[in-house]
Design a protein around this ligand. Structure first.
Ligand SMILES: NC(=O)c1ccc[n+]([C@@H]2O[C@H](COP(=O)([O-])OP(=O)(O)OC[C@H]3O[C@@H](n4cnc5c(N)ncnc54)[C@H](OP(=O)(O)O)[C@@H]3O)[C@@H](O)[C@H]2O)c1
Length: 587
């Protein structure tokens, strides 16, 4: 219905003294039931007969002082049509004395407090509404807006309010937008901010700032291609955002172009950054633009029916989202570890499990995988999925990944660990079967798994591959010929993969350990000969856990950091052949 007050009434602090048609008000208030009386009063108010409408309601309140509905409407009409905010507040306070759970009264008081810029009071009144009825339309959104705009120390609280608002109304694009800003600029939760900016764009594809915010955020997170894409979309929606400096800073080409054309341009860009200083000013300006004050202080909606009355500025209630527990488990990501049945792979699985990652574990020994799955479920309440295949068999690898259930397909971190050494012999005495096993497992197996998993990472523009190489991939040692060659191949592949994948926002890393105990490595190398496998008795090598900790560290750096290569040995080992074997007890 809009705000249809007369010009005179709109300028007055108190209702006008003279009714437009004195005849009706007292007579009607005596004869009409409260509901039709309220309807009649709004009809008068909307047709410009402000004083008549207010008089009718005022008389009715005098005659039925205990009737909360009448008094609430009188207060509402005083505020909206009579601009008599003090009078409205007094009526609401009287109402709350005998009806202390009247949520609409508190909501209106909150809006009046906002009007007088008394934000702590407004916050308290809205909170009261939420305490009485947590499903009251928009109440958490309003709380979020006040905490966001007016209370500097309540940014965390503002984020909580917006989250609650979004649980009730997931389609509130503005709540998504403001929450994204808080997550990005105050709470350091960048990927969560990305998610909410994306929601804004989904709900409001022409949002004037969300694309630009995403562009800046992706730029900071190191995803230059996504930043460029969103910058272009931002400029399409809002050409004002286009500046030569931003053009230059965001510009990014996909690598389909010949590399010699791309490289000089990328190198030239390194020193550039988007105009973040200007962004900050823009941000402040646009926050002022988007300030809800106008909207909140212009009482407007027409009550659809006298009971229950809608509050000033409230919108029709949309379907509420189901409430989920605040303590809901955060999905830290899916980690695929090959060769998780023993040694370094098992120790790595243990650390990721302890830290709440979902695990996809592989190996040939099914009973060991089953036991790990049962323990991690029991101990950490963790979802674990098992894949049981020989990495040397390309068909088995392909089938295993093709048949994965939907929820296990999006691997965030791939740890290519499965590997082995077989034998130790000079080249002229080498065992062909040993050679084939090492080449097929350490090189081809790593390639088959990577080939199955990497396309999904490229599609999603997200992922991290960590290869377990060896010091044997950095230097050769006598009789280690083919094993060293396979690990040199892993070293080369790590570097080559990085060149292919970095532009898809995928990190590729490697850890290259020296001797590692708590593994079956030596036993496998010497065909199960336990005596020959006793190679660590006279010095302290690394433990499987030492290596697992480094892998975990590499995997948990912020998204802009890629640790490319870690070469690690026990303190008593200086190289593949220089080992202090004077005994492990002396340290
Ligand atoms: N231990 C060391 O001194 C040392 C030093 C440097 C680097 N490394 C490297 O570290 C990685 C892990 O070795 P580790 O020391 O932990 O040895 P480990 O205890 O023997 O573990 C090797 C893992 O690889 C899996 N694996 C081996 N061949 C496989 C195949 N064909 N298909 C599927 N899985 C297979 C094994 O599982 P299943 O047998 O159940 O299939 C096992 O889980 C290897 O790449 C190794 O080269 C080890």
């Amino acid at each position: 219905a809009g705000c249809a007050t007369t010009g005179a009434a709109a300028d007055q602090a108190e209702p006008a003294a003279q009714p437009e048609s004195q005849a009706h008000a007292p007579a009607e208030s005596a004869t009409l039931e409260p509901e039709p009386l309220v309807q009649r009063a709004y009809a008068l108010l909307d047709s410009g007969k402000t004083v008549d409408g207010l008089l009718l309601l005022g008389k009715a309140v005098e005659e039925h002082p205990e009737n909360s509905t009448l008094r609430y409407h009188y207060a509402f009409a005083l505020a909206k049509y009579g601009k008599d905010y003090r009078g409205a507040s007094q009526q609401l306070e009287t109402l709350l004395e005998h009806d202390p759970l009247h949520e609409d009264a508190y909501f209106l008081l909150a809006e009046l407090a906002e009007l007088h810029k008394d934000y702590p009071a407004a916050l308290e009144y809205y909170q009261k509404v939420a305490d009485i009825n947590s499903e009251y339309p928009d109440v958490y959104y309003r709380l979020g807006l006040i905490a966001f705009h007016h209370l500097d120390k309540k940014k965390k609280k503002a984020a909580k309010y917006f989250k609650k608002a979004l649980k009730r109304d997931p389609e509130n694009a503005d709540a998504h937008y403001r929450l994204a800003i808080l997550l990005n600029e105050h709470l350091g939760k960048y990927w969560k901010a990305v998610k909410h900016f994306q929601q804004v764009i989904e709900l409001d594809p022409k949002h004037p700032f969300a694309h630009y915010d995403l562009a800046v955020l992706y730029h900071r997170l190191g995803d230059r291609s996504a930043a460029w894409k969103h910058y272009q979309q931002a400029v399409e929606v809002n050409p004002e955002l286009k500046t030569p400096q931003n053009d230059k800073a965001f510009h990014y080409e996909l690598a389909e172009e010949p590399l010699d054309e791309v490289m000089p341009r990328l190198q030239g860009q390194e020193a550039e950054a988007p105009d973040f200083q200007q962004d900050r000013q823009r941000l402040e300006a646009r926050m002022a633009d988007l300030s809800p004050e106008e909207e909140a202080t212009a009482p407007s909606p027409e009550p659809a029916s006298p009971t229950p009355p809608p509050a000033v500025g409230s919108e029709p209630q949309k379907g509420s989202a189901p409430e989920t527990a605040e303590t809901e488990k955060v999905d830290k990501g899916l980690v695929l570890i090959t060769g998780a049945t023993a040694g370094i792979g098992r120790a790595t699985a243990e650390i990721f499990a302890r830290n709440g990652y979902r695990l996809l574990l592989t190996g040939r020994r099914k009973e060991r995988l089953d036991a790990l799955q049962a323990r991690f479920r029991e101990e950490f309440d963790l979802p674990v999925h098992l894949l049981h295949f020989d990495v040397r068999d390309p068909e088995a690898v392909k089938a295993a990944f093709e048949n994965l259930p939907e929820e296990w397909r999006e691997v965030d971190i791939l740890i290519n660990n499965a590997g082995l050494a077989r034998g130790l012999a000079p080249i002229h005495e080498g065992d062909l079967e040993h050679w084939n096993t090492m080449i097929d497992t350490n090189i081809k197996g790593l390639l088959y798994v990577t080939r199955a998993v990497a396309p999904g990472m490229v599609r999603r523009r997200k992922g991290h591959i960590i290869n377990v190489a060896s010091t044997a991939g950095k230097e050769v040692y006598p009789q280690g010929n083919v094993y060293c060659a396979t690990k040199h191949a892993v070293d080369a592949l790590t570097r080559a993969m990085r060149l292919d994948l970095y532009q898809h926002n995928i990190r590729v890393s490697q850890v290259a350990p020296g001797h590692v105990e708590e593994t079956e490595f030596a036993l496998v190398r010497f065909d199960g000969d336990t005596e020959r496998a006793k190679i660590y008795e006279d010095f302290q090598p690394l433990t499987a856990r030492d290596v697992a900790e480094v892998i975990y560290f590499i995997a948990t750096r912020p998204p802009h950091v890629n640790i490319q290569d870690v070469l690690m040995m026990g303190t008593q080992q200086a190289s593949s052949i220089f080992i202090d074997r004077s005994g492990r007890t002396k340290r």
